[in-house]
Design a protein around this ligand. Sequence first.
Ligand SMILES: *[C@@H]1O[C@H](CO)[C@@H](O)[C@H](O)[C@H]1NC(C)=O
Ligand SMILES: *[C@@H]1O[C@H](CO)[C@@H](O)[C@H](O)[C@H]1NC(C)=O
Ligand SMILES: *[C@@H]1O[C@H](CO)[C@@H](O)[C@H](O)[C@H]1NC(C)=O
Ligand SMILES: *[C@@H]1O[C@H](CO)[C@@H](O)[C@H](O)[C@H]1NC(C)=O
Ligand SMILES: *[C@@H]1O[C@H](CO)[C@@H](O)[C@H](O)[C@H]1NC(C)=O
Ligand SMILES: CC(=O)N[C@H]1CO[C@H](CO)[C@@H](O)[C@@H]1O
Length: 294
Amino acid sequence: MGCQKQGFIWISGLLFLNILLLSRADDHYYDFFLQESQFTKLCSTKNILTVNGSFPGPEIRVSRGDTVFVNVHNQGNSAVSINWEGVDDSVDGSNDLIQPGRNFTYEIELDDEIGTLWWHATSAWASATVHGAFVVLPAANEEYPFPTPDSDKTIILGEWFRQELTEANQTIAPGQADAYTINGHVGETNGCSNDTAFEYQVDYQGLYLVRVINAVNETMVFGIASHSLTIVGQSGAYSRRSFTNSLTLAPHQVVDVLLCANQNLGHYNITARPSSATTRSVTGILRYTTTPGA
Ligand SMILES: *[C@@H]1O[C@H](CO)[C@@H](O)[C@H](O)[C@H]1NC(C)=O
Ligand SMILES: *[C@@H]1O[C@H](CO)[C@@H](O)[C@H](O)[C@H]1NC(C)=O
Ligand SMILES: *[C@@H]1O[C@H](CO)[C@@H](O)[C@H](O)[C@H]1NC(C)=O
Ligand SMILES: *[C@@H]1O[C@H](CO)[C@@H](O)[C@H](O)[C@H]1NC(C)=O
Ligand SMILES: *[C@@H]1O[C@H](CO)[C@@H](O)[C@H](O)[C@H]1NC(C)=O
Ligand SMILES: CC(=O)N[C@H]1CO[C@H](CO)[C@@H](O)[C@@H]1O
């Protein structure tokens, strides 16, 4: 059965009932190493602060009701703290800076949160490069309140500055970025051989849960050519289902959408741009792969 057909079988308009039937909540342990790492984009190389050398940073992936311990080791040059966006309970230490050379373990007790949360450095300059997804899957005995997706994908919209970001940049005003990024890729349109485009491979008739995180301090517009998106969740909760051709995300907003790969085999542009400018955008590619027997 194709993903489009499944869509019509949904129990229309019914919001998921928050029945907590947690059979078992797990503890998860993560280690984050804050470190300076070299990246080349827009034809120039610079150091940025990262978690474990990756931009965006590593993804946390747990289930509803779990407890997550994140031991952050600061091997960078500046004091940093981490914000846990979308976590309902306050997290101890969120307001305390971790000094260089020190470490601190955040304990995040999840309750009812479901879908996509994210984490980022508290200060704006560090948040531009120190951020990542925090995925909360349904608990073992729970189902999605929509057809079960074949797989899910996180898409983080970010921004890139040619200049160094330092502690002096406590505010990053909208419109300052030299480029926008999709999962760290600036796209291939800047004429730099080291720049790459984000690529997302899907199977024809596959149903995908796409988690779109706007890590940019600007309203961003996101869309995939020829595909409509079905909004199913926002900021750590399921939401009433609605269809859209493009998403408008407020600064730091997260939206979960279903994507049905029901177009002709081929590739389609994935585009993100600030709402204030139609000319500046970043492009990635949605690529259909044929599967044996499909
Ligand atoms: C970060 O790197 C350390 C050291 O290589 C590793 O032990 C840890 O698992 C990594 N953390 C994540 C979240 O990938
Ligand atoms: C620092 O990390 C060590 C292990 O690497 C851990 O045993 C200790 O509890 C951590 N300290 C804090 C304050 O999180
Ligand atoms: C985001 O931009 C606004 C200006 O529109 C600024 O006042 C605010 O401090 C910025 N926030 C961050 C975290 O940089
Ligand atoms: C860009 O990529 C090429 C290989 O494609 C590499 O040789 C070169 O060092 C890179 N440039 C920079 C500035 O890192
Ligand atoms: C897709 O994006 C690329 C790069 O921005 C652009 O050159 C191309 O025209 C776009 N294709 C379509 C069909 O819009
Ligand atoms: C984007 C931005 O404002 N970058 C500035 C951050 O601070 C350094 C030095 O403090 C400047 O050189 C950058 O222009």
